[in-house]
Write a protein that binds this ligand. Structure first.
Ligand code: GUN
Ligand code: ZN
Length: 424
């Protein structure tokens, strides 16, 4: 066993933050050998229970759960900051050409290494990631994540139509490849697989049907896609699938809405869509920097809370502009203030942080496993330096409450705050 003494941030079941100014985090193996939190709490109260356990003292630091990114594209690392009139021209002019390069396995391996380094440098210890349509891109990312012991979930993109040469796949083979990848990677160590139809417009009915059959055959495998991001995209999806009630309903009609199904964006919904999210157990990956950058719109927090469906935060790199959870939380705050219906909500710093940690874990069906530091959680955490910049040092020293401290970090923080990320 090993213990860390420092300030510690974690979350209670009611989503409120629990903060120990002088805390102790005790890590050790559980019955199956996983490195988990064995105990956590006030240092003075807890330390006498663990005589002989080595304690690393981190004065002035904060230990917090590793962040979870609910939606990110590893092959779009080099696409960040590519301007376009909107989603569809951005896909055509930047994204698809970049993704076609992943036919080259050496390129995929190089990017996988860079991408995972970048996630960890920003304190992200778990991600739900798109690869490309090339199965070898999944192998490259999974192998690299396994080397680091990361809990990573990823999938091969399905896109058998309305996609250029170089990224378009073939219906039957794409489904065979998906099942092969599920068998190879899902539950292999800490890795998980996600069935990944890119979005309804890029998938034939046969491909969506096959994806839905796999989702039923492998109920603990994840599903990930995009929905209701952009008005032109929605119009196109409705034309292609006129029998479905809405864009979201297309996925339901093909058996792709269930627990562990994560849909990026979910901006232009009506209340029936929101009720469908809630009743099926699907979750939204809210991607505010991407939505602001591509001019897609604003996630309606007020309506989502009213409907009671699950959601959490995501970077959506490379539509998103940053790997940093701090930047994403700040953008989510702006989006909440704006509000799609102009009935903006003021998201609290504890809520924003929860959405990127324990809330994201709940959306993935991994509550109590990652995204928190309660006893039994896997030991993925970050060590934060709240004085990482001169301005942060001034500002956090004046914080009179936990909310003020967390807000200072959200507004002023970036990768400089992440002193290190510890995996398992
Ligand atoms: N819709 C279909 N593909 C994509 C993608 O790569 N990024 C975003 N933001 N939306 C999409
Ligand atoms: Zn995306």
């Amino acid at each position: 066993m090993k213990a860390y003494r420092s300030a510690i941030l974690r979350f209670a079941d009611d989503q409120s933050a629990v903060y120990e100014k002088d805390g102790l985090l005790v890590i050790g193996p559980d019955a199956s050998g996983r490195q988990v939190v064995r105990a956590v709490g006030d240092y003075a109260a807890l330390a006498p229970n663990f005589p002989g356990v080595a304690v690393e003292h981190l004065p002035g630091r904060i230990i917090a759960p590793g962040f979870i990114d609910l939606h990110i594209h590893f092959p779009q690392t080099d696409v960040i900051g590519s301007p376009a009139a909107g989603l569809l021209p951005w896909l055509e002019n930047y994204t698809f050409p970049h993704e076609s390069r992943f036919a080259d396995e050496a390129h995929a391996v190089e990017l996988a290494t860079f991408f995972l380094d970048e996630l960890l440098r920003h304190g992200v210890t778990t991600a739900l990631a798109f690869a490309t349509s090339h199965p070898s891109s999944v192998n490259a990312l999974m192998a690299e994540a396994q080397k680091r012991g990361m809990r990573l979930i990823a999938g091969k993109v399905l896109q058998d139509r309305h996609s250029p040469d170089g990224v378009r796949d073939e219906t039957e083979q794409s489904l065979v490849d998906t099942e092969t990848l599920i068998r190879q990677w899902h539950g292999n160590g800490r890795l998980g697989y996600a069935i990944t139809p890119r979005f309804a417009p890029s998938c034939s009915e046969a491909q969506l049907r096959g994806a839905g059959e796999l989702a039923a055959k492998y109920p603990d495998v994840w599903v990930q896609s995009h929905v209701a991001e952009n008005l032109d995209e929605i119009k196109w999806a409705r034309e292609l699938f006129p029998k479905s009630r809405s864009y979201l309903a297309i996925y339901d009609d093909f058996g792709l809405m269930r627990d562990r199904a994560i849909y990026a964006h979910c901006i232009h919904f009506d209340d029936e869509d929101r009720a469908l999210m809630r009743s099926t157990g699907a979750a939204a990956a809210v991607s505010p920097t991407s939505n602001l950058f591509l001019g897609s719109g604003f996630f309606d927090y007020e309506a989502a809370q009213r409907a009671g469906f699950k959601y959490g935060l995501a970077s959506d790199v490379g539509g998103g502009t940053s790997f940093s959870p701090f930047h994403t939380m700040l953008a989510a705050y702006y989006v909440g203030r704006e509000g799609q219906t102009k009935k903006g909500v003021s998201l609290s710093p504890q809520d924003l942080w929860w959405q990127h940690t324990a809330g994201a874990a709940r959306a993935l069906g991994l509550d109590g496993v990652v995204g928190n530091l309660q006893p039994g959680c896997e030991a993925d955490f970050v060590v934060l330096d709240p004085a990482a910049t001169p301005l942060l040092a001034r500002k956090t020293a004046q914080a009179g409450s936990l909310d003020e401290l967390l807000f200072s970090l959200i507004v002023l923080g970036d990768d400089r705050v992440i002193e290190k990320a510890v995996i398992a």
